[in-house]
Design a protein around this ligand. Sequence first.
Ligand code: PLP
Length: 312
Amino acid sequence: MRLPPRVPLGTFPTPLEPLPRLSRELGIEVLVKRDDLTGLALGGNKVRKLEMLLADAVAGGADAVVTCGSVQSNHCRCTAAAARKLGLECGLVLFDGRHNEENGNLLLDHLFGATVERHPAAAKPRAEALMTELGRRYRRPYRIPFGGSNALGAAAYAWGYQELLEQLGGRRGTVFCVTSSGATHAGLVAGQAILGGPQVVGVSIADRVVDARPRVARLVVETLRLLGEERPYRVTVLGGQQGGGYGIPSKAGLAAIRLLARTEGILLDPVYTAKAMAALIERARGGQVAEPAIFLHSGGVPALFSYAAELL
Ligand SMILES: Cc1ncc(COP(=O)(O)O)c(C=O)c1O
């Protein structure tokens, strides 16, 4: 696989670890790929994507990075930190969500000295125009879409899949990941299509399956094209975990947070990884998973602190 260039930002490869106590609880073997431990600024999946996205920005002579997300966006927090590490400015267009207080990721955006512009949630469809507008204050801004989810961001998860495959040493099983803006899932699927190995299951955390699936499929096609490959691929999106929608913790997700904390000392976040783990738990208990179940922990833990009231 011919992967795009990267700029070093995080710590790779991330560990693949057994979860013996959770495995005993669920009656199947569960492994975790620790992309919550990517190292930069409390880590998460976005650091992996940013290694490729910001390599492109630097190669193009950018002096600033401009991106967008919700007020508690992990992607924006990681982008702000990565920009600083590379000596770049960072502009963030943030949309109000469930938690808008100056805590969690937003607190960290400020610490990294990002220029933060706040907008009501209703302004989301104008994200591109708002980023262009904010970018005018820089000489050569590099724009990154919601979640770092374009073909280049997704290619980083084809690399992630390759890394995982090497760690699995020929074992199969099922990979569970979050599907939101879609590039993490799409990149893993593209990696699977090219390299073979365990099937990938994405868990939609906010959207209906009929909306999430075509978004991921489109990104898979674009990613395979970027990687110079033409392969058959399979996009599997699981629904049923969205609860009240984006940013609203679900009952099963909150139970998953407690279970992982108490069995393994591992933290999940209420917006993304808790809902994906809830799907894994539900399927494992229903005997519907090819072993081992491999959970891609995509991070998001800084948001936990904004959700104290819901968690307690
Ligand atoms: C912690 C965490 N997990 C998963 C995701 C989903 O990744 P993607 O946007 O590539 O679908 C995100 C995206 O914001 C995230 O912050």
